[in-house]
Design a protein around this ligand. Structure first.
Ligand SMILES: *[C@@H]1O[C@H](CO)[C@@H](O)[C@H](O)[C@H]1NC(C)=O
Ligand SMILES: *[C@@H]1O[C@H](CO)[C@@H](O)[C@H](O)[C@H]1NC(C)=O
Length: 392
């Protein structure tokens, strides 16, 4: 009897072992591959080895782990497809090399490409962009620079709890992706750092940006051609250039932007609040079904703006008219203060006037009195309270 029980137990334990080894998440610690949190060692090869090990495993899920400490990392490509869901859990800081030429002309610092089911949890990325911006601002001989974190062709992705400091160019880029969620993220760079957009989205469907705090030198969130079904909620922006759809119409044949919502968000001291921007030249691009709701503006230079006149140096804009069709844009419950007399600016295209603009419950003041609106080539309706002078 005892023997029989023992046999049964052994069989049960073997099954249990088999079960747990095939379903548990296996962890690959970068330190086991030679990474050192000493700020001196180049930990890039170790990170790439840990990634390959985690990525090649065929399991339910696998984890690449970065413990606390400062790891120096050069430009790195983390390539899929992987064998299973992959988590990158970062308790430490990834630091760029001191010499900004080391990120140099690569375009990317950390690039994740062709991965399905990728989650990045935690982590600080310190690109140390200060010397690079100085080089650019004095017009020296500088490298093109690198974006800090890029997802290219990632489906079902998550970036949660990440902090990005002083990126050379954009902090986070979501390009050619489906279903990516960015949440509890912080990006920090000074107001005068050039081209340091917080989060850039393009050619992507189903991106969500939630509960994130963006202080930077360029757009807080920039939305490029081919963006569909973008949801942004609880975003704090400023300093920065606001949430911007565009610039569109850079190219003649260009995809549009459709179904974008920004809700329950706050702008503090930013150059713009919500902006739609296009070059003043022909293009197939369009902007439709855009919803800006429940927004607070605190001392924002241009709280609400559509600018279809963009043409720096007056080059390539033969008739100074944008081909981008803007249609169905809702501004609802937007309150606060403007730091300039004009709280609402619509410079729409003379060849493609803005259509279906709805302004509902807009209360924005300038120096405790009524702010102004400027509206060119636009059509739509005003509902509810509208405190700046009306133009619809
Ligand atoms: C990592 O470096 C930062 C400065 O970039 C420093 O504040 C922090 O204390 C360092 N962390 C560790 C664990 O060495
Ligand atoms: C618009 O986008 C949201 C996500 O932001 C999505 O839930 C909704 O289904 C989309 N609507 C259409 C008509 O595609």
């Amino acid at each position: 009897m005892a023997h029989k029980i023992q046999v049964l137990c052994t069989i049960f334990i073997s099954f249990a072992t088999l079960f747990f080894t095939t379903t548990k998440a296996t962890t690959f610690n970068v330190m086991s591959y030679g990474a050192k949190p000493d700020r001196k060692t180049d930990s890039t090869p170790a990170f790439l080895k840990a990634w390959s090990a985690a990525c090649s495993l065929v399991q339910t899920s696998t984890t690449m782990y970065v413990p606390p400490g400062n790891f120096t990392i050069k430009p790195a490509v983390f390539k899929g497809p992987c064998g299973s869901r992959i988590n990158v859990v970062i308790d430490g800081t990834l630091v760029a090399p001191d010499n900004y030429w080391d990120l140099g002309n690569s375009g990317y610092w950390l690039l994740f490409v062709l991965v399905n089911k990728l989650s990045i949890y935690g982590g600080t990325l310190d690109a140390k962009g200060t010397e690079f911006w100085k080089c650019r601002l004095r017009g020296g001989n500088c490298p093109a620079g690198a974006r800090s974190l890029t997802f290219n062709y990632v489906n079902d992705g998550l970036i949660s709890g990440l902090t990005s400091l002083n990126s050379q160019l954009m902090h986070i880029v979501i390009n050619s992706c489906n279903n990516v969620r960015v949440q509890n993220v912080k990006t920090i760079a000074p107001a005068l750092s050039p081209n340091t957009d917080g989060i850039h989205v393009q050619i992507s469907t189903g991106v969500t940006i939630y509960n994130s705090n963006i202080q930077t030198g360029d757009d807080c969130i920039s939305i490029g051609p081919g963006t569909r079904n973008l949801w942004m909620e609880q975003v704090k922006c400023g300093p920065g250039h606001g949430v911007s759809i565009g610039s569109l119409a850079r190219d003649l044949n260009e995809d549009g932007v459709m179904n974008v919502t920004l809700i329950n968000s706050e702008f503090r001291g930013s150059d713009n609040g919500v902006r739609i921007k296009s070059w003043a030249r022909p293009s197939t691009a369009f902007v439709t079904n855009i919803n800006f709701r429940n927004l607070i503006m605190k001392n924002v230079a241009n709280p609400i703006i559509i600018d279809q006149n963009y043409c720096p140096n007056n080059q390539g804009c033969p008739r100074q008219a944008s081909g981008v069709k803007i249609n169905q844009v809702l501004y609802q419950n937007i309150q606060g203060t403007s730091s300039t007399p004009f709280a609402v600016l619509f410079y729409c295209s003379p060849s493609n006037p803005c259509r279906g603009i709805i302004m509902e419950d807009i209360k924005i003041t300038y120096l405790n009195s009524q702010a102004k609106s400027f509206c060119n080539n636009m059509g739509g309706t005003t509902r509810g309270v509208y405190l700046p002078e009306r133009c619809l």
